[in-house]
Design a protein. Sequence first.
Length: 325
Amino acid sequence: MPPADTDPRLLRAFLAVADELHFTRAAARLFVAQQALSRDIRRLERELGAELFVRTTRQVALTPDGERLLPYARRVLDAHAELAGAFSGAPARPLLVDLNSDGATAARVLASARELVPECELMARFESGLTWAAAEILAGRLDASFGRAAGLAPAVRAGLSTHPVRYEPMALMLPLAHPLAERETVALAELSGETVYAGAGNERTREWTDLAASLFAEWGIVMAPPVPLAVGVAEFQRVMAKGGHPVLAVVDFPPMPGTVLRPLVDPIPLSPVSLVWRKGLRHPGVDALRDATDQLALAEGWMVRPSGSWLPASDLSLMRKRSHS
């Protein structure tokens, strides 16, 4: 039977190795000698009566017992940090929030959350894709993000908490010279045989491409081939201009020079947006993000699905659930 008073230092050592899967990097992260780190891991394994890592000369991997310990260790250390913060008088540490891009739904939630907890520092990051962000959250390098949670692998989603934010209508970003650019809206049937870019080949946004693939299959739309990963608005605009294809987006996608954004209709396809954070994480910034989400959703009808809209059943099921941990 494991001891009831396992030293948090041993759990920190375990998490560092579990995140890095490399003893040298984990030791550097903790500012300890590698031999001391190995000693702590062996002590923890003795206390738990379980082998936590498989070590070879080429790699380190978690055993099934190590995988089982992972969420418990995170929760224990989060609770320790929360306890220390409650009596230190110091403000909570900064919360790192990935918005995917500036000016969209997530940015509005963050701005509202900052107003709710002005004493907290909520730091924005502008990466791309929930698939990438979820891995960073589980590794402890990011705290929260937004996107299509149903598109994550079940094993990844098991380590995350989610809170539905919005059924966001999809749109099409069109070059000004495209024949459909003159329309106020674009019906899905009009895109049959059209080649549309939806992030194919970008592993960071796999959840978005998978959603697009389901939509395209129903309406005979062709998935545009992969393009080089573009970081930043200017690079994205340049790469898209070279391909010349319309781009699947959402109605609040930031404006891009040389393009127009047209809502998709008949039916309205929806992008399901959720707030995502690591299970067990306790932070006033997370609470503020959830509260801001609910306030905006109520004020603007974000969680009301348009009549006859399109959304896969798996996404609908997850979006109907409130926060779970």
